[in-house]
Design a protein around this ligand. Structure first.
Ligand code: C2E
Ligand code: CA
Ligand code: CA
Ligand code: CA
Length: 275
């Protein structure tokens, strides 16, 4: 970008070469990050909108590298998928989150994000079953969040995996609902238990806005299909008030709690809090 206008015709671009090297280094270090214990989970509370009570947490993956610093998941998850380590990394996330949740005194839910790559790989249901057995976590407390991307590429395989996971008693939420190319078709094709509305619809939520109409339509869809709807990215009291009034089932966002290491939530996971 720096060279724009000058190097338009250059065959060798040092900036591109540099970017390529950086990316190779990132891939290399990401490959080693699991054995080097550079991953951790933070937990964001999910609130029941009607009762104003905490229902559970979503586990979110963090990579802190001594070389690259804190790399956002929106960047490293895609790379992990492309270099073929999403299977073991995703299994680590599931195992760590379930181990943590099994220790809580209150039977709160734990939501874990799963890459569509894991769903396609075919052994995800076995992995989930094995982790539930090993940690002793009740299956009803686990919720798997999956985005629609790629699911339709091998629909039979994805369907078989999701059905097998549901048969264990685990719930499946469709994440980032409304952002894909075929949210409605995907919704009909797969056995989801819950819709999670993408936060892009919440950002400019106010009376009479287009986002308001879209959120209302999704909440109506959820009621019609008897699927609870979670709205994420709630940052202001105004958004929360609107969503409560419109009948959102659950809310999540910086207003209600940022994702933090679990020891920051002692009062919720131990002692009082929601039961
Ligand atoms: P997501 O599953 O849609 O997660 C919600 C993202 O929104 C998280 O970003 C969260 O920190 C952020 N967020 C929560 N509340 C607010 C809010 O009020 N305002 C704003 N602006 N943002 C909010 P994060 O942790 O950076 O994760 C980004 C994405 O990376 C996730 O989106 C998910 O797709 C992926 N991801 C994170 N952890 C995992 C994982 O363990 N496995 C897989 N496969 N993907 C993961
Ligand atoms: Ca999610
Ligand atoms: Ca989401
Ligand atoms: Ca997302």
């Amino acid at each position: 970008i720096k060279n724009e206008g000058r190097n338009n015709f250059a065959a060798y671009d040092p900036t591109m070469e540099r970017e390529y090297q950086d990316r190779r280094k990132l891939e290399h270090d990401l490959r080693l990050a699991l054995q080097r214990s550079e991953f951790s989970l933070v937990y964001q509370p999910m609130l029941c909108a009607r009762l104003d009570q905490f229902m559970g947490f979503e586990a979110l993956l963090r990579w802190t590298s001594p070389v690259h610093g804190s790399v956002p998941p929106d960047i490293f998850i895609g790379i992990a998928e492309s270099i073929g380590i999403m299977g073991p990394l995703g299994a680590w996330v599931l195992r760590t989150a379930c181990t943590e949740a099994a220790r809580w005194q209150n039977p709160l839910k734990i939501a874990v994000n799963v890459s569509p790559i894991q769903v396609q790989q075919g052994n995800l249901a076995e992995t989930v079953a094995e982790i539930l057995a090993a940690t002793g976590l009740a299956p009803e407390r686990l919720e798997i969040e999956v985005t629609e991307s790629l699911l339709i590429r091998h629909p039979e395989r994805a369907l078989a995996t999701l059905r097998a996971i549901k048969a264990l008693g685990v719930r499946i939420a469709m994440d980032d609902f409304g952002t894909g190319y075929s949210s409605l078709a995907t919704l009909r094709a797969f056995p989801f238990d819950k819709l999670k509305v993408d936060r892009s619809f919440v950002r400019d939520l106010c009376e009479g806005s287009e986002s308001m109409a879209i959120i209302n339509a999704i909440l109506g869809l959820g009621r019609g299909l008897r699927l609870p709807v979670v709205v994420e990215g709630v940052e202001t009291e105004l958004q929360a008030a609107i969503l409560r009034r419109c009948g959102a089932d659950e809310m999540q966002g910086y207003l209600l709690g940022r994702p933090l290491p679990i020891d920051q939530f002692k009062t919720i996971t131990v002692g009082r809090g929601a039961t």
